[in-house]
Design a protein around this ligand. Structure first.
Ligand code: MD3
Ligand code: FE
Length: 205
């Protein structure tokens, strides 16, 4: 399969998951969401909700509210532990990262037709030596990435259903975001929208 290095440490596998694997992963995500429903994260200070809705699996989940951005072991609304990682997710992590330790956090992002994610850095983890792995399901997204400062030039690629993206090394602190999704570009779900799963280590080695 094609493996493209978009920048040092930023590796893209278009179509890593075939259609049956996408269907299995989608079913696992839907099962997790019955236990841990999508919540609306809010901007610290303002309390303004994100357009992206979220949930998590794994021991730790990323949450955002007036108190700030953080990882915590329970759902912000139900207060229950996050669901376990599906076996397929752990398998993709080990196969693509080569990391021995399993992921600790599995953020589930849901993009409706109007959702977007502004340019940001991922820096709420205590360990930046471990990579981040992203898996996309459903409608194609316009993904933008740049450098370590907000002003650095950016490039865009389209992330389609089944694509995997590994972010590590010199790209780990790159600014990135989702400009928009392209509703109706995938037949995986019966409705427009996109799931992105990001798998991360959070605590120091
Ligand atoms: C580049 N999610 O959850 S995944 C996020 O498609 C996030 O939902 C986007 O950015 C999404 O924080 C992009 C790809 C990704 C994830 C982490 C990165 C790209 C990254 C960290 C550093 C640089
Ligand atoms: Fe991010």
């Amino acid at each position: 399969m094609q493996r493209l290095e978009l920048a040092p440490g930023l590796i893209w596998w278009p179509g890593h998951l075939d259609r049956p694997a996408q269907e299995r992963l989608l079913a696992a995500v839907e099962r997790a969401l019955e236990e841990a429903p999508l919540f609306s994260p809010r901007m610290p200070r303002t309390g303004q909700p994100f357009s992206v809705r979220m949930s998590n699996f794994g021991p730790l989940g990323w949450v955002a509210d007036e108190a700030g951005y953080r990882y915590q072991p329970f759902h912000p609304d139900t207060r229950r532990s996050w669901p376990d990682f599906p076996a397929d997710v752990l398998e993709a992590w080990h196969a693509l990262t080569g990391w021995t330790a399993p992921p600790e956090a599995g953020l589930i992002n849901w993009y409706g037709p109007e959702a977007r994610m502004g340019l940001h850095q991922d820096r709420d983890e205590q360990d930046f030596t471990a990579p981040v792995l992203s898996l996309s399901l459903g409608d194609t997204a316009v993904f933008r990435f740049g450098g370590d400062t907000r002003r650095a030039p950016t490039r865009s690629i389209r992330l389609a259903s089944g694509d995997a993206l590994l972010i590590g090394g010199d790209s780990r602190l790159a600014f990135h975001g989702i400009d928009r999704i392209l509703p109706g570009t995938s037949t995986l779900m019966g409705q427009p929208g996109r799931f992105n799963l990001t798998l991360r280590r959070v605590t120091p080695p």
